[in-house]
Design a protein around this ligand. Structure first.
Ligand code: BGC
Length: 732
């Protein structure tokens, strides 16, 4: 058993008021150490240090369904010990959610305890020292520790930091609290780590006279600076993703999140960076500053969950490459322990719909297995007694249960299965999935016709251009996703070999759902809803009669042509749009949409300077005006879902549900005259798969790499080949 269970929860004995506090204890080591291990956690976030050296991960212990569990971390600290030592844990509130969403809502996220309020924090740690002579010592958090007020006078994830170099805090005794330890669980997810270090690319003096530093990349993390700030003087820095049309600093879209750093100097040089907060930004504004600005003094550090990069894509078109770059950075910016909608404004929440939409692409880009597994555990904890899946995981106190959002509990495990062959995860999530499916049927119309569905979020076909819910009937969407989730549930049940009666029962339910859809939304076999999304989902979820699928695909193509070869789809339709066009013989049109630069399109944002994915197709309009400040993020990965079409269709590395996890590869590249080459590689548990093609105007040369021990099925137009391990070249 990890020794942390022998330790005690400690709180400050004084009111900390959103300042961070440092819990510490000194100890001597008199014998030769074989191994030293630290286990640590916090209700809040903590930074652990031994002899002043930080040894903990970024923003540990991460964000989980806190009422049910809090992760703890294990560190090998053998090399940090000396004869005289101090072990310390500095803690702050972290994701405790006392100030959130829209600025109006104050949610105190309950800890699972009795003595501690949601807006307070506590730490717990155990250090085991194993000596070479076979004996051991253990240091645990207890009443022998002390706690000190720190220079971190204020740390709030949304509002920012106040750090005062001149502050000399008092030392107090600690308060040992009787808080349950069974909430502690070993780290399940990926750790959060610092990644890219970006130097400024420009110092800008804006028309309004502001001093702004541009790091060239919209990102999530924090800045670091090395400065000498005069004693008692402060510098004030805030963050932004874009400059406005006139070139001025713009952060109105952060809503109530101030995202501001106030740093008070002591007249000597320090290198400083936040430790208990993070920011979404490309630009910083030096609102108050002293002396000349030396760009070398500043660095932007990207932080995200430490997933292994597995996928790479490249083609001959620089704009598509920039789109791909934006997708990758959208993922880096929003895979911060949980999948978030955005990293900058006063949300940064685990919105389920967004994650559902992007999970497949994300799992090509990076190995997300561990990351999603942990989040799915929290989803199971957050599932309501009646089976409803909240729209945000970990959830806040207010809830709604929306189609296309709640279905995340089926779609994400299913994608994990396709991409990684993770059958065990299906088994583990089975009950959660089943309870969700049952919820939808038990609630019947009360669910389908509830006013809680978000709809085809942010699509371009809403009757009112300023509304967010899109132009596709939400009731239709609720039926459609019920059908899809049920169909996946049936597949999952078969994979897991659950009893045949269940499978029959849910097959009947699926048929019943399809009948209802056809009664309500089809006439003469064709959809009566004239939106692109309704057609895309009809194809993807096979909602119409099989014989009518092609007619729906052709109708979809016709609607796109009529719209000037532009899409209108929102969050729910977009992920499948290009796939469905390809599957039903309209690959050329899919490429036309990919290369479209007029709004709405993927390359529109690229042409407008995006370095991450935008929340809205028209986040910045052609006339330079911006979407309403109420909801306008420039780092929202949902539309980045198209990345899986780049891997799967352009480069042609496709998943195969009969051979999940690429245990048998399916190559099916679709070339276009618009590109002279495309290539992708994907690291799988079996080795690295690669696919590449070059087009010289007359012929196409394809190269495929199959890792040893694997085989592949290659589809080149009508031709089918079986490939063994090795590198294969074809000319056509
Ligand atoms: C979030 C979304 C989310 C949505 C629900 C927004 O505020 O940023 O991405 O899915 O609400 O519709």
């Amino acid at each position: 058993m990890d020794r942390i269970y022998l330790a005690n929860w400690l709180m400050p004995s004084f009111k900390e008021n959103e300042a961070a506090s440092e819990f510490f204890r000194s100890f001597s080591v008199e014998k030769s150490v074989k191994k030293a291990t630290l286990w640590a956690s916090a209700l809040g976030v903590y930074a652990a240090r031994i002899n002043g050296k930080k040894i903990s991960y970024v923003l540990a212990p991460g964000w989980t369904a806190y009422h049910a569990r809090v992760q703890y971390q294990e560190y090998d600290v053998t090399e940090y010990l000396k004869e005289e030592n101090t072990l310390s844990l500095t803690a702050a509130g972290g994701w405790r959610m006392d100030y959130g969403f829209g600025g109006n809502l104050k949610v105190i996220k309950p800890w699972a305890g009795k003595e501690i309020a949601g807006n307070e924090y506590a730490v717990i740690a155990a250090l085991l020292i194993e000596y070479a002579d076979g004996t051991e010592d253990m240091i645990v958090t207890d009443e022998n520790w002390s706690v000190k007020e720190t220079k971190w006078r204020y740390c709030n994830i949304y509002q920012g930091d106040i750090y005062d170099e001149t502050f000399e805090g008092n030392t107090h005794s600690v308060k040992v609290i009787d808080h349950p330890k069974h909430v502690l669980e070993q780290q399940e997810g990926e750790i959060i780590a610092e990644h890219e270090h970006l130097k400024p690319i420009a110092l800008i003096h804006t028309p309004k006279g502001e001093t702004v530093i541009d790091f060239g990349q919209n990102m999530t993390g924090y800045i670091s600076f090395t400065l000498t700030v005069p004693k008692g003087e402060k510098i004030v820095i805030d963050h932004a993703e874009i400059l406005d049309y006139e070139g001025n600093f713009y952060n109105d879209n952060y809503r109530s999140a101030k995202a501001e750093i106030i740093y008070i100097g002591d007249g000597t040089e320090h290198t400083w960076k936040p430790e208990f907060t993070f920011y979404g930004f490309r630009y910083i504004r030096l609102k108050e500053f002293h002396g000349e600005v030396n760009l070398d003094a500043f660095t932007a550090i990207a932080v995200h969950s430490d997933m292994e990069r597995t996928g790479y894509f490249e083609c001959s078109d620089p704009k598509v490459n920039q789109l791909y770059h934006n997708i990758i950075w959208g993922q880096k910016g929003n895979f911060l322990d949980i999948p978030t909608d955005c990293p900058q404004r006063d949300e940064r929440l685990g919105w389920t719909g967004d994650a559902q939409v992007f999970a497949r692409c994300a799992s090509y880009n990076y190995n997300t297995r561990k990351f999603f597994r942990k989040w799915l555990t929290d989803m199971t904890h957050e599932q309501q007694p009646n089976g409803a899946i909240p729209h945000i995981i970990p959830r806040l106190d207010w809830e709604s249960c929306s189609c296309g959002w709640a279905d995340v509990c089926v779609i994400v495990p299913w994608q994990m299965y396709l991409l990684y062959g993770d059958r065990e995860l299906l088994a583990r999530q089975y009950v959660t999935i089943k309870r969700w499916i049952d919820y939808m049927y038990e609630q019947g119309d009360a669910y389908i016709r509830s006013g809680k569905h978000y709809g085809d979020w942010l699509s371009q076909d809403a009757p009112d251009p300023n509304s967010c819910g899109g132009g596709t009937s939400k009731w239709f969407l609720a039926y459609a996703f019920r059908a899809y989730s049920t169909s996946l549930f049936i597949k999952i049940s078969k994979i897991l070999g659950t009893n045949k009666r269940d499978i029959q029962e849910y097959t009947a339910k699926l048929e019943e759902t399809k009948c209802r859809i056809r009664e309500d939304y089809f006439k003469d076999g064709m959809l009566t809803l004239m939106t692109q999304t309704a057609h895309v989902l009809t194809l993807k979820f096979e909602l119409c009669e099989e014989s009518m699928l092609q007619a729906h695909a052709d109708k979809l193509a016709e609607m796109i042509h009529e719209n000037g070869d532009r899409l209108t789809t929102g969050f729910l339709g977009t992920p499948y749009l290009l796939h469905m066009l390809t599957e039903y013989g309209h690959t050329d049109l899919a490429y036309t949409l990919l290369f479209q630069t007029k709004m709405p399109s993927w390359l529109y944002a690229v042409e407008h300077g995006a370095t991450t994915m935008w929340e809205h197709w028209d986040g910045i309009r052609d006339d330079g005006s911006l979407w309403d400040v109420g909801m306008n993020s420039y780092n929202h990965y949902a539309y980045g879902a198209v990345g899986d079409w780049l891997y799967g269709t352009v480069a042609g590395i496709e998943t195969d549900e009969d051979h999940p996890g690429f245990e048998k590869i399916r190559f099916c590249p679709k070339t276009t005259d618009k590109l002279t080459y495309a290539k992708a590689s994907l690291k799988t548990k079996y080795g690295t798969i690669a696919s590449e093609w070059h087009h010289d105007g007359e012929k196409v040369t394809y190269t495929f790499t199959v890792p040893s021990g694997l085989s592949a099925k290659l589809e080149l137009g009508e031709e089918i080949f079986e490939l063994g391990a090795g590198t294969h070249t074809f000319e056509r």
